[in-house]
Design a protein around this ligand. Structure first.
Ligand SMILES: Cc1cc2nc3c(=O)[nH]c(=O)nc-3n(C[C@H](O)[C@H](O)[C@H](O)COP(=O)(O)OP(=O)(O)OC[C@H]3O[C@@H](n4cnc5c(N)ncnc54)[C@H](O)[C@@H]3O)c2cc1C
Length: 501
């Protein structure tokens, strides 16, 4: 019998426990051992409360029961993100997790909408999205799966308590054979020739040896960054926010969407959970003092705070390679993109799913490592561009941060996308990457960019007929939304948490 592959995960935050639970669930029954080292003294970031719909695939893949997970984490459903004051003060749009217009017309619908708009017919594109309208009205139902209908072409994510999600995964990982070691790493032992990591020496004197090390040590990046010296690619000239204050407050409306409100030096989030509301102010320390930011956050709360605001410092960017030697970084140890579209947990999940097919091998083929890094680079860069888009397309000029963002140069890959849309209404498509054309469309138009031209295919019917069809479709959505349950009632029936009363 060959020796099993020893996989050592350093870190027990969301990234560490997602990795441990996934490996313990997805790898074959024999041939590997998973051990996770974490230090309670150091603690975790634990503020990732909003997710992206892809998390459902992750949970399904490792056999998590949705209602059970939601009960355990005080979760609610999330149909999208509302952006308030982003394009200009007073503007408001939803980036929904679903298409605009009829499902089979996704490629053409916005061209038709632009044509109607040019003809003087006023409407908002969000009125043609079931997910956006259900969110706006605080309603929820599961997408219909049987037939193609207005309420089939969307999906959903969750708002949950990230620390409880980690604890939930920890139980799964333990049940499926992952071992946990409490302890603080004091020294990392490397092979003198190859530089590969051989073991972690804990403060207790214990040594944890391994073949493959997964660095989930958070912003410290103890293995990939500190030990192996993998450099940092900084993106803070485009994503200028570098701090956040987070504070929970008493529960208010359990809306099925995250709210992001643009502020004087960044933006604030509101994430409703069953037992409380998560709030935070993400800001740039170049444009506002920490005291002012904390004051501004507290001032805008609708319910009583449940703790003191907690400050987190970060930089947007990534390690130049997510995998080096025998070490792969997941989560904050590999990079961070500010939380505007709640993408960090997704980045952990995609890294895990890309890593699993490459295991278990005692010594990884460098070609596999390069392919993993290439795919992760694409994921990061595409999310980066999508986030920058929100800032770049603002027309706000009431404070320094917005004037800076509107004037800044952006990556060439994003300039190309914006120009293509501005001129022709075309959205560049890609296979590897989180955001679909629907997501791009909602932010491009939501931020106020209406294409100069539309596809001639949109001229197939007369103007009167087109407007009649659009009107009817919009009415249909309203009717369907009216038939659905209020989100809080839906949650009560499906997954009420014991502690949420
Ligand atoms: C302001 C803010 C808001 C966010 N919002 C969202 C969101 O809405 N959605 C989303 O998807 N993501 C969000 N994130 C990101 C999310 O919080 C993280 O991706 C997630 O928590 C994963 O963190 P992690 O596990 O990589 O690191 P951490 O939580 O920092 O965990 C690090 C682990 O490493 C261990 N460790 C470190 N050093 C040592 C050592 N020497 N010895 C032993 N153990 C060690 C620690 O004990 C800990 O267990 C947000 C992040 C920030 C900063």
């Amino acid at each position: 019998m060959p020796e099993p592959l020893e996989i050592v995960i350093l870190g027990g935050g969301t990234a560490g426990w997602m990795t441990a639970a996934a490996l313990a669930s997805l790898l074959p029954p024999t041939g590997w051992r998973v051990r996770l080292v974490e230090s309670e003294e150091i603690g975790i970031v634990g503020v990732g409360e909003a997710t992206f719909p892809e998390i459902k695939y992750f949970n399904d893949a490792i056999g998590i029961d949705e209602a059970e997970m939601m009960r355990a984490t005080n979760a609610g459903f999330k149909l999208g993100i509302e952006f308030v004051d982003w394009g200009f003060k007073g503007s408001r749009y939803i980036h929904p997790f679903g298409v605009h217009g009829p499902a089979h017309m996704e490629h053409l619908f916005h061209h038709q909408w632009v044509r109607a708009l040019r003809a003087g017919w006023k409407s908002e594109i969000g009125e043609f999205s079931f997910a956006a309208q259900a969110a706006r009205n605080c309603r929820f139902q599961f997408p219909e799966t049987v037939r193609r209908s207005i309420n089939s072409a969307y999906t959903y994510a969750y708002h949950f308590d990230a620390s409880l999600y980690g604890a939930f995964l920890r139980c799964i990982a333990a049940r499926r054979g992952a071992q946990r070691t409490e302890g603080k790493v004091k020294h990392v032992v490397q092979d003198s020739e190859t530089g590969d990591i051989r073991s972690l020496l804990l403060e207790s004197g214990e040594t944890v040896a391994g073949d493959l090390f997964i660095d989930c040590s958070g912003f410290r990046s103890l293995l990939l960054g500190d030990t192996l010296g993998v450099g940092w690619e900084d993106w803070s000239k485009w994503l200028v926010c570098d701090r956040a204050f987070a504070v929970p407050s008493e529960r208010d409306e359990l809306s099925p969407y995250t709210r992001s409100t643009a502020m004087e030096a960044g933006w604030r989030w509101r994430i409703p959970l069953q037992h409380r509301t998560g709030n935070g102010y993400v800001f740039s320390s170049s444009f506002i003092s920490e005291d002012q930011a904390a004051g501004s956050l507290i001032q805008g709360l609708h319910t009583k705070t449940l703790a003191e605001p907690r400050m987190l410092k970060f930089r947007s960017g990534r390690r130049v390679a997510a995998w080096a030697n025998n070490c792969v970084a997941m989560g904050l140890a590999g990079g961070f993109l500010e939380p505007l579209e709640s993408t960090s947990i997704y980045l952990v999940q995609i890294a895990i799913m890309q890593l699993v097919p490459l295991l278990p091998e005692k010594r990884a083929d460098p070609r596999l490592r390069d392919e993993f890094n290439r795919l992760m680079d694409l994921q990061y860069e595409r999310i980066r561009d999508f986030l920058i888009l929100h800032y770049k397309l603002t027309t706000r000029d009431d404070s320094e941060i917005w004037r800076y963002c509107a004037a800044m140069d952006v990556p060439e890959s994003l300039t190309r996308k914006i120009d293509l849309f501005r001129h022709d209404g075309i959205i560049e498509k890609y296979k590897d990457g989180l955001f679909t054309p629907t997501s791009w469309l909602s932010v491009l138009i939501g931020q106020g960019l209406i294409p100069e031209n539309y596809s001639p295919l949109a001229d197939a019917v007369s103007e009167e007929e087109l407007i009649y069809q659009l009107d009817k479709f919009r009415e249909n959505i309203r009717d369907r939304v009216d038939e659905t349950l209020p989100h809080d009632r839906f949650v009560d029936r499906y997954c009420a948490a014991d502690s949420a009363a």
